[in-house]
Write a protein that binds this ligand. Structure first.
Ligand code: PMP
Length: 370
């Protein structure tokens, strides 16, 4: 008897495996470009350059749980700490191993073969990736040239779709999802998932409280950006308690590891420090945007997040990314037709941003004079 065939045995919709282009390993890039990893300014993953909150670091140092014991599957202390920050009931919250895990769970519960989801490109790649992984179809209603939503187009597409996925602020444009569009989309009966990974850097209110009180809306938040815990993988979803109850029964048990749980609870207790650091990143974002706008070959997109997308009139995104890599500065280039002449730069500490701006000015001169 022939052995199990790993390709032929796949579920048919996985015949064309979806692909997610994840971040390149910084140590590998450093080696390739001959730069010392210690000198790298990592601005490609929208991470938080200040690192975890002091109390989170302390909690990780003093982990007093037994690693041989399972953590709290019911997430009682964790949900309580999160509830205090977002002013919603713990019953409306479910935590997971980052937003990526939460997204996968939403698909597991609600979206599969025969379903379609609506996105507005360019946007975070996981929605389309998860859709492919679960056999659903993507309806893309692209953002307009000025990166605003085609609101009527999205409402039209949402009718008959199972769900709509939008980040607010959007990655990579940094633009906000207007609440009036949320209202219109909710009325279509589709599940509306608003991914607020970057909301702590935005001049806009979170929809989390609203999600806790009405059906049809899920808000995703993460500790990866504001909380600087990307490597520990922890995030949470806020929704109507009835859905949260179903979700807690459908999730994998113990999906949040004990170290992430301890660091997240401590981060909530240190929210004032994290908010202060977020405010520094916001003022640095405004400074970087202003200074980039003074260069005749760069048009930055006004951003509500901890990164800035910029349009380039000299070279293209890949050229600038590679030239910055040679100087130890790592940024994110998207190899798609609409973004080839763009580059996304996460906001660093003030001294990092100074180095970045100097490097960009130098590279601009080089590109202009050959
Ligand atoms: N949502 C958006 C919009 C993002 O840009 C990212 C990270 N790049 C994530 C979610 C991932 O969050 P997490 O680390 O919690 O999985």
């Amino acid at each position: 008897m022939a052995r199990f065939d790993p390709v032929a045995g796949l579920r048919p919709f996985l015949a064309t495996m979806p692909e997610y282009v994840s971040l390149e390993d910084p140590y590998e890039i450093a080696q390739r470009y001959g730069v010392d990893p210690k000198d790298v300014i990592k601005l490609d993953g929208n991470e938080n350059p200040f690192g975890p909150a002091p109390r989170a670091i302390e909690a990780l140092r003093n982990l007093d749980y037994h690693a041989e014991w399972y953590g709290d599957d019911n997430q009682v202390a964790l949900r309580g700490a999160i509830a205090g920050r977002i002013h919603a009931a713990p019953e409306a919250i479910v935590a997971g191993a980052g937003s990526d895990d939460l997204l996968n769970q939403i698909f597991g519960m609600y979206i599969g073969e025969g379903d379609s989801i609506v996105i507005a490109s360019p946007t975070f790649g996981m929605y389309a990736y998860d859709s492919g992984l679960h056999g659903a179809r993507v309806i893309d209603v692209p953002l307009r040239d000025d990166w605003t939503f085609d609101e009527d187009g999205m409402v039209e597409a949402a009718r008959g779709a199972k769900a709509v996925f939008v980040p607010s602020p959007n990655n990579p444009t940094g633009t906000l999802f207007p609440e009036r569009l949320a209202d219109r989309l909710l009325d279509t009966g589709a599940l509306i998932v608003v991914d607020e990974a970057y909301i702590d850097f935005a001049a806009a209110a979170s929809l989390a409280q609203r999600a806790a009180g009405e059906h049809g809306l899920i808000v995703l938040r993460t500790l990866s950006k504001w909380g600087a815990l990307a490597g520990l993988r922890i995030g949470y979803a806020v929704m109507h308690p009835q859905m949260a109850d179903l979700w807690r029964r459908a999730k994998q048990p113990y999906n949040v590891n004990a170290a992430a749980e301890a660091a997240a609870i401590a981060s909530m207790a240190d929210a004032a420090v994290l908010d202060e650091r977020a405010a520094i990143l916001v003022s640095e974002r405004e400074r970087v945007t202003r200074e980039l706008a003074q260069l005749e070959w760069i048009t930055p997109v006004p951003s509500h997040a901890n990164f800035v997308l910029m349009k380039l009139a000299r070279g293209d995104g890949r050229t600038l990314r590679d030239a910055l890599r040679q100087r130890g500065i790592f940024t994110r280039y998207f190899d798609t037709p609409r973004l080839r002449d763009h580059l996304r730069i996460s906001i660093g500490r003030p001294e990092d941003n100074d180095r970045v701006l100097t490097a960009i000015r130098e590279i601009g001169e080089e590109l202009a004079h050959g």
